[in-house]
Design a protein around this ligand. Structure first.
Ligand code: OAD
Length: 231
């Protein structure tokens, strides 16, 4: 039995055609984070924010899961022990690739959230600022995205899983955003082996026992085959 916790970031979806954040031409080069990814930005200009996520929702809907997403689903199906994917991504490519045990710690594009009563419902492809909550009727719909300054979702479950992990793997994340960037230290403290799969060394690359550099569609299937062979 070995319990595996996998943290994923934008790099795993890059080869599906979804832009990353911190690449030279990435999302944060095209948009001001404070304007589109903070509660204050949403208060200042809700239409700008809703339109930003409408664009990302449309892009994600036309993307397909790639070999890395599918390999993680195969790992979940065949590993002797638990496999939990904790993703910072707001697309649904892990689920469409076949993974069932997925935590979206930064929220999900396909979900809408009522800022008044916290009810959630499936987001329409194009949300409108005036959308009302189907439960309490308040005109308080917002994208179900964790913005900077807000607390990521399901942290208790994530911390428990890291405490029981035998293997922790970080895939396609730059290691710039906490608390996710602190998971490697947490897993190592609990005795897990730690591995980074990324195009290049991340900001926290030196904290991993081992690193493999290359595109996720190559490194992830190779790692999954390797680990399943050691079953
Ligand atoms: P980043 O854009 O910061 O980092 C993406 C990482 O993926 C980089 O280290 C790239 O080198 C790597 N990468 C790119 N293409 C790859 C490929 N084909 N295969 C493997 N790796 C590749 O994205 P995240 O780390 O996910 O939060 O960003 C973390 C959070 O910051 C996001 O969830 C978002 C953002 O601001 C919020 O919006 C709250």
């Amino acid at each position: 039995m070995r319990n595996i916790v996998i943290l994923t970031g934008a790099g795993i979806s890059a080869e599906s055609g979804i832009e990353t954040f911190r690449a030279e031409t990435g999302l944060w080069a095209q948009h001001n984070v404070d304007d589109v990814a903070t509660p204050e930005g949403f208060v200042r200009d809700p239409k700008l924010v809703v339109d930003f996520y409408n664009g990302r929702r449309t892009q994600a809907a036309s993307a397909l899961p790639n070999a890395a997403h599918k390999a993680l689903a195969k790992l979940e199906a065949e590993n002797n022990g638990s496999v939990l994917v904790v993703t910072q991504n707001v697309d649904d490519l892990h689920e469409r690739g076949g993974s069932n045990n997925v935590i979206h710690m930064h929220g999900a594009l396909n979900s809408a959230l009522c800022a008044a009563c916290e009810h959630r419902w499936p987001a329409p492809m194009q949300m409108q600022v005036a959308d009302t909550c189907p439960s309490c009727n308040a005109p308080a719909a917002r994208p179900d995205i964790v913005w900077f300054g807000e607390i990521p979702y399901q942290m208790d479950r994530i911390i428990d899983a890291l405490g029981e992990a035998d293997i922790f793997v970080s895939i396609g994340t730059s290691g710039n955003v906490y608390p996710a960037a602190g998971f490697v230290a947490e897993a190592a403290r609990a005795g897990a082996e730690t591995l980074e799969l990324n195009l290049e060394s991340s900001a926290i690359g030196s904290q991993f026992d081992k690193s493999v550099f290359g595109p996720a569609t190559q490194t992830v299937p190779a790692w999954v085959d390797d680990i399943l062979a050691k079953k």
